[in-house]
Design a protein around this ligand. Structure first.
Ligand SMILES: NC(=O)c1ccc[n+]([C@@H]2O[C@H](COP(=O)([O-])OP(=O)(O)OC[C@H]3O[C@@H](n4cnc5c(N)ncnc54)[C@H](OP(=O)(O)O)[C@@H]3O)[C@@H](O)[C@H]2O)c1
Length: 284
């Protein structure tokens, strides 16, 4: 999974000597933590984490060779960067729990969906820098997409450092905070939509006689390839689709089926729903 890329050198330099605490090392927090350890951007000695359950803390500590506990105040006391990876509904409690131990020399990076930086800031001492990052699960293989926005007191340098941290597990983009719920609905939840599409394409391959493993490989590599072309050429997807669609050929027949099945509008509605839900979640 090592994402050995020159951008990692930059992140390595900037993170050198920094102590990072991950509060809530579950699926997402754990992915980022493990990726940064694997890429050598963080050392086990400078990293600690918390979870809710003692048994999970023990298991994670043994697996990652880092200090994992259940006390958030203990974890943040010596940390330079504090990554908040708990569920949105738990963020406020965790912030209140650590508030007395936080100073403006530290940086809070929250990956929680929906929770505004203002809500985190108001529960902390004045001037503490807060940044929101919205990653996705492909970060586990270095192909993540993370959108980052700054709160009131975070500096451009702190935003850049956060970008470098998440660059190590994929791509990053800086957005205004007003776009974070939309990002959640598109790229944070997005892998789930793509897995449904992949699963369906693989089923389709089976239906037309392919062995399942080959059908899954064809579907996944085709998805990866199409995405790579969009990213590398910057061409509009409609233009790229036209290049596959020979007049009176096979693809146009398939496209007609997709139109009849309302694939486009269904995907649009799915993202809209997820973005709406993201707006409610912090207090839901
Ligand atoms: N999953 C995604 O694709 C994704 C994408 C982008 C952003 N996010 C965001 O990432 C956050 C976590 O989501 P997730 O899917 O990773 O959930 P998760 O797997 O349930 O992780 C939550 C973690 O928080 C721990 N925890 C709960 N209460 C705690 C407390 N008071 N102090 C310290 N740790 C505590 C849990 O500990 P135990 O393990 O002991 O229960 C668990 O390890 C959410 O805010 C979500 O919006 C997730």
């Amino acid at each position: 999974m090592t994402n050995d890329h020159p951008k990692n050198d930059l992140a390595r330099t900037e993170l050198a000597g920094k102590r990072v605490a991950f509060l809530g090392a579950g699926k997402m927090g754990g992915i980022i933590l493990q990726a940064l350890l694997k890429n050598g951007l963080l050392s086990p000695a400078s990293t600690c984490a918390t979870v809710a359950h003692e048994e999970r803390a023990k298991a994670l500590a043994a697996k990652l060779n880092v200090t994992v506990g259940t006390s958030n105040p203990d974890a943040v006391k010596r940390a330079d960067i504090i990554v908040i990876g708990v569920k949105p509904q738990v963020v406020e409690d965790v912030i209140r729990e650590i508030a007395d131990f936080i100073t403006p020399a530290q940086v809070i990076v929250s990956v929680a969906a929906s929770v505004p930086t203002a809500m985190i800031e108001k529960n902390l001492p004045p001037l503490v820098p807060v940044i929101r990052a919205m990653p996705n699960t492909p970060s586990a293989v270095g192909a993540g997409m993370t959108a980052i926005c700054k709160g009131k007191h975070a500096s451009a340098e702190q935003v850049a450092l956060t970008c470098h941290m998440f660059d190590a597990v994929g791509r990053t983009v800086v957005v205004d905070e007003k776009h974070m719920d939309a990002v959640t609905g598109l790229s944070a939840s997005g892998p789930a939509y793509i897995y449904v599409i992949l699963e369906s394409l693989a089923e389709a391959g089976v239906k037309v006689g392919l062995p399942r493993d080959i059908a899954t490989l064809l579907a996944a590599q085709t998805t990866l390839g199409a995405a790579k072309v969009v990213l590398e050429t910057g061409d509009h997807p409609a233009l790229l689709k036209d290049a596959v669609t020979t007049p009176a050929g096979c693809t146009i027949d398939a496209l007609m089926e997709l139109e009849e099945g309302k694939l486009r509008v269904t995907l649009i509605k799915a993202v809209v729903k997820a973005a709406q839900r993201a707006k409610e979640l912090a207090y839901g």
